[in-house]
Design a binder for this molecule. Structure first.
Ligand code: G4P
Length: 537
């Protein structure tokens, strides 16, 4: 699975970092649940021959072998909560596919993953078009300037009209779709695709359950006319229509977030997957230097630097380990190297570095910009932390999203006070929940804040099973958090039904039951500082 050269043979120069970075394509698939993200991931891995048969890596509970079912909750619900990265070689490129949770309640997690990618694949269900979660994730990509490749999936099933789907993408995302392939046959009668780049026909073949790579048959236009007749002619006419409306791929517009190349696929049959990989290799951007907190770019050739975009623990009950996933930004990473942890200034020895995808783990000896490495036993590392060697750098902190659900958390067993404190601290540093303090609560019980309520379930579950400190949550009647300051406190205190809490950074948040309560306070005290936080939804 690893694309790394053998240890002991490592070129650690800046030049090696630049050359290797140019081969990297680091991306994530964004989609609404059920659009086929797990199926596509499997198909991609299968195509790259990482796994012998689809189902060995990814899937859902009760369906196939599962990728990240290490948590009972995930198994029970059949959802994927955790994220990891899959690396494989394709042609002369190294593909890093970052996994994202499917459920909307964990969108915060998905957003952090999106800070670590250079491109995104927007997966659209042919019958459903753009759905809520697709639109939210798309907005994040747009905000971050991440170029998007669109894949219309499930063309083997009845769905919308292809031209209609293109209109929907243009109207709702503002991106101009530039199809690279065009379907031959309506949704549900998938004959294959017309490759707009060379005018050939790629015939759709079905494989039993998508378990093996479908042989892709390529036919000339003349052969396609002879075999497909009217259906092919219609596809050609539609493709001409696209040409007339200027729906042509232009690399600069794609990278600038103006256009999105589109492919038509049937992930379950592995059709269109090869075309997607080719598109990523040919068109998706390779890693480039990353701006630091002051906006100065850390070039790829500079000494090693990386940031933590995800922390995960409790993956293996027997080992109780804690993994920090880093995205490498510059230089060459070599397992065993000692790096500086930016927040504390302390050295951190990277003795155990792994590639993790679901249950699969493999030691990483060397890695380059664009790669994701899981650092084991990284108890000091928190989400957003920077690591570097030689020349110090601090990358911008990752955004904390506006929480919408709040609950007081108490230990159900007073004898477990220490475990309780440790567990809460850990969940906070992993970004599983945001931990707030309220002066109003005399017993010092923290307030947990989340974007999606299912995060509460994860926290409760982990407190009990991992930290052995069972907790009780009392939900609070707030739905809206606004940033405030010390000067505004007396004004806010005079208003009923509003509570002020403190983030670990010292920042003050005013919690409101709804926007009406906020408006009333704003009308009464126009001088009170009440600023919105970044919304995750
Ligand atoms: P997700 O990760 O985005 O949530 O979606 P997932 O891959 O789990 O796919 C959701 C359902 O859509 C699955 O069916 C899957 O088989 C099906 N699917 C994915 N891609 C295609 C496709 O190209 N064509 C068709 N026809 N179906 C597709 P399921 O009923 O939930 O599971 P299963 O029992 O069919 O495996």
């Amino acid at each position: 699975m690893s694309a790394a050269p053998p240890a002991g043979d490592v070129d650690r120069t800046g030049r090696a970092a630049v050359v290797e970075a140019a081969r990297r394509r680091t991306f994530a698939v964004i989609s609404h649940p059920d659009a086929g993200k797990s199926t596509l991931t499997e198909a991609l891995a299968l195509h790259a021959r990482v796994i012998g048969q689809a189902g060995a890596v990814h899937g859902k509970a009760g369906r196939r072998g599962t990728v990240s079912d290490w948590m009972d909750m995930e198994k029970a619900r059949g959802i994927s909560i955790t994220s990891a990265a899959l690396q494989f070689e394709y042609r002369d490129a190294v593909i890093n596919l970052l996994d994202t949770p499917g459920h909307a309640d964990f969108s915060e997690d998905t957003y952090r993953v999106l800070t670590a990618v250079d491109a995104a694949v927007m997966l659209v269900d042919a019958a459903k078009g753009l759905e809520t979660q697709t639109m939210k994730l798309f907005a994040v990509c747009k905000h971050r300037g991440i170029p998007i490749v669109t894949v219309v999936n499930k063309w083997d099933r009845p769905g919308k009209d292809a031209l209609e789907l293109m209109d929907e993408i243009a109207e709702r995302t503002g991106l101009t779709p530039t199809p690279l392939t065009w379907p031959v046959g309506i949704a549900g009668d998938f004959r294959g695709v017309l490759d707009r780049r060379d005018g050939t026909f790629r015939r759709f073949t079905r494989t039993a359950g998508g378990a093996t790579i479908a042989p892709e048959e390529q036919l000339t236009a003349a052969e396609a006319t002879a075999r497909q007749g009217e259906v092919w002619t219609q596809a050609v006419e539609e493709a001409e229509l696209l040409e007339a409306t200027g729906a042509e791929h232009d690399q600069e517009s794609f990278l600038g977030g103006v256009t999105t190349p589109v492919l038509f696929a049937s992930a379950v049959s592995n059709f269109g997957v090869g075309a997607l990989l080719d598109t990523l290799v040919d068109l998706a951007p390779a890693p480039t230097g990353r701006p630091d907190a002051d906006g100065a770019v850390r070039d790829l050739a500079e000494p090693f630097s990386a940031f933590v975009f995800k922390v995960q623990s409790g993956m293996d009950a027997a080992h109780r380990d804690r993994l920090a996933y880093i995205r490498i930004c510059s230089g060459v990473f070599e397992r065993g190297m000692v790096v500086t942890h930016g927040r504390t200034g302390r050295p951190f020895a990277t003795k155990y570095a792994q590639q993790v995808f679901g249950r699969e783990r493999e030691s990483v000896d060397v890695a380059y910009p664009g790669d994701v490495v899981g650092l084991v036993n990284a108890s000091a590392l928190g989400v957003g932390d920077t690591l570097f060697t030689e020349r110090p750098v601090a990358f911008p902190l990752l955004t904390t999203f506006a929480p919408e659900h709040f609950a007081v958390v108490r230990s159900r067993d007073t004898a477990k006070h220490k475990q309780f404190r440790k567990g809460i601290e850990q969940l906070d540093s992993e970004g599983v929940v945001q931990v707030l303090r309220s002066d109003r609560r005399g017993d010092g019980s923290p307030v947990l804040a989340v974007v999606g309520p299912m995060q509460f379930e994860v926290a409760t579950h982990r407190m009990e099973h991992e930290f052995h400190a069972p907790v009780a949550l009392d939900r609070l009647p707030y739905n809206l958090a606004m940033r405030t300051d010390e000067e505004s406190l007396p004004m806010i205190a005079s208003s009923g039904g509003v509570e002020v809490v403190r983030r670990p950074s010292g920042e003050l948040l005013a919690l409101f039951p709804d926007k009406w309560a906020l408006r009333i306070l704003q009308q009464r005290h126009p001088r009170a500082t009440l600023e919105p936080l970044v919304a995750a939804q």
